[in-house]
Design a protein around this ligand. Structure first.
Ligand SMILES: [Zn+2]
Length: 130
């Protein structure tokens, strides 16, 4: 017959939480001097959208970007436009997604500069090649 074993004793092993160690960002023990600011750096994925399809053929919007913002445990989507009034996000001009869209626009040659009004009818430039 088996001797008396302590059934609970061996099973007390805890799983190692490896993933938690790798992510040091936003650790609750760590307080920054700025309590208001979010410590985690968010990631921004910028994608060009077809502004005509989205806003209609008569739109004054020249460029349209969808920006997916991802930070730790949170994500939201932005729509960033450029028209004759300048750059703005659906959340406002000061939205953090705006500079990311600007940078992406510059990559394919679009300069959202103030002199954009002098470029008449150059919208074909923004087309993506398949
Ligand atoms: Zn936004």
């Amino acid at each position: 017959m088996a001797k008396t074993r302590k059934p609970g004793a061996v099973r007390k092993r805890r799983r190692k939480v490896v993933g938690m160690r790798a992510r040091r960002v936003g650790h609750p023990m760590r307080k920054t001097s700025k309590p208001q600011a979010k410590p985690e750096p968010a990631r921004f994925d910028v994608r060009a959208l077809d502004h005509v399809k989205k806003c209609g053929p008569g739109t004054s919007v020249q460029v349209l970007f969808r920006v997916d913002e991802r930070s730790a445990g949170d994500s939201r989507t932005h729509l960033v436009f450029y028209d004759r009034h300048g750059w703005y996000c659906e959340h406002g001009r000061d939205c953090p997604a705006v500079p990311h869209a600007q940078r992406e626009a510059r990559k394919f040659g679009f300069t959202g500069a103030a002199h954009a009004a002098s470029h008449h009818g150059s919208t074909h430039n923004g087309r993506m090649r398949a």
